[in-house]
Design a protein around this ligand. Structure first.
Ligand code: GEK
Length: 244
């Protein structure tokens, strides 16, 4: 394995434009996401555990906003004998191109389809697991419910949605505390004040977080009777919602 290229994209002062998942980002993505999303590596590893628990033999496993395919690879490693079909969907050509070669190398015997498309236009069926790992937050808020409804319809009975998101907090004190901790996390990971502030400006109009209450209400409206929070690292959480 080659070492991940280090993320220096916001190191120089620049005219900040809206963040996009282009070649430059895809090139440094493993380093960027580890240093920016608290608990990312642990969460990815736990997706393997969830897959072991919930994958139904001969079913489909969807990874929506798959980036370089880390979630799919973690799930595949724990479910090799389940005869699953893995479907990764991402609308960034740069991500899809890189995940094609790397996932085919790391899971050569898997039934794997990697699709370059908007997840809002995708169809889901026979799914025992749908993972949306830090991607719903990039959709326009008024389109999020429609996607979750389609996911619900595409799940088999007993199938699960794993939804991980950066979240907002209603309580201003908690909001400040979590934002400060996230800032310190990035600083402890070697990002300068300039990098942190330029990245924040770039992402501001692109990543729109909801509160946990909004997520729970939306999941309920989509059809899920229960959504359990199973993971949190500062202002990043993951929910598990099962179709009965
Ligand atoms: C991981 N899940 O490593 N349709 C398809 N893809 C999209 C859309 C859309 N409408 N909007 C954004 N994306 C991954 C990490 S990253 C999270 C997910 C982050 C894609 C986008 O191209 C990018 O690859 C991914 O969603 C979000 O577990 O960088 O914070």
């Amino acid at each position: 394995m080659t070492a991940a290229k280090s993320d220096r994209l916001f190191a120089r002062p620049q005219q900040v434009v809206d963040f996009a998942f282009d070649d430059a980002v895809a090139d440094v993505f493993p380093d960027m996401i580890r240093r920016s999303v608290p608990g990312y590596d642990a969460l990815i590893a736990y997706l393997g555990v969830l897959a072991q628990q919930y994958a139904q033999p001969h079913s489909h496993v969807y990874d929506l906003g798959s980036s370089l395919g880390a979630a799919t690879l973690a799930m595949h490693r724990q479910t090799r004998t389940h005869q699953l079909k893995h479907i990764c969907i991402d609308n960034s050509e740069a991500m899809v191109k890189r995940s094609q070669s790397s996932l085919k190398r790391h899971m050569p015997d898997a039934d794997l389809q990697i699709i370059c498309a908007d997840i809002e236009t995708a169809e889901f069926y026979d799914a025992s697991i749908v993972v949306i790992n830090f991607t719903l937050q990039f959709l326009a808020p008024d389109t999020r419910l429609a996607l979750l409804k389609k996911v619900y319809d595409g799940l088999l009975p007993g199938g699960v949605l794993v939804l991980s998101e950066k979240i907002n907090f209603d309580d201003p004190l908690e909001s400040q505390l979590q934002t400060d901790l996230h800032h310190t996390f990035k600083s402890a990971n070697g990002y300068s004040e300039l990098e942190i502030s330029q990245k924040r400006s770039a992402i501001e109009n692109v990543l729109i977080p909801d509160t946990l209450a909004v997520h729970r209400a939306r999941l309920k409206e989509a059809g899920f009777n229960n959504a359990y929070q199973w993971f949190q690292s500062f202002n990043f959480v993951s929910l598990l919602a099962q179709k009965s």
